[in-house]
Ligand binder design. Structure first.
Ligand SMILES: [Zn+2]
Length: 131
């Protein structure tokens, strides 16, 4: 069991539940990028999108859309962010989506590590060949 399995099983009574379906539970992030930042957590332990069945992913996407619509209603947000780190980079080892409203001049930024990265047909071809 992990922290997110505990949240899904209602063992973390401190969690602020925003939504719940048969396949997911959505709670407020305790360290939000903006107010309203939620974590959409599947009720199945997996650390990667590769290991999560399609019906769980479909539910995560459906809930994301509902939450994003709510951001517009609650905050007047015209934009949003969706983030996910997977596999070895999955914090807590349990797949989840971060979904948060983007507000005008909120200071949030997407920062890449420094360094030159190749963008070429060879790179695209290498990935295509492995799909
Ligand atoms: Zn888990």
């Amino acid at each position: 069991m992990c922290l997110f399995c505990d949240i899904a099983d209602h063992k973390m009574t401190e969690a602020h539940i925003v939504n719940e379906t048969e396949k997911t539970i959505t709670v407020l992030d305790i360290a939000p990028a903006n107010e309203g930042h939620v974590l959409i957590i599947p009720k199945m332990h997996a650390d990667s999108i590769v290991d999560l069945p399609d019906d769980f992913m479909m539910d995560i996407v459906k809930v994301s859309r509902k939450v994003i619509k709510a951001f517009g209603t609650v905050y007047g947000a015209r934009g949003y962010g969706v983030l996910q780190n997977g596999g070895a980079n999955c914090k807590f080892g349990h797949f989840h989506f971060h979904v948060f409203p983007r507000l005008e001049n909120d200071g949030y930024d997407w920062i890449y590590p420094e360094g030159v990265k190749e963008v070429s047909e060879e790179v695209a071809a290498r990935l295509r060949a492995s799909l």
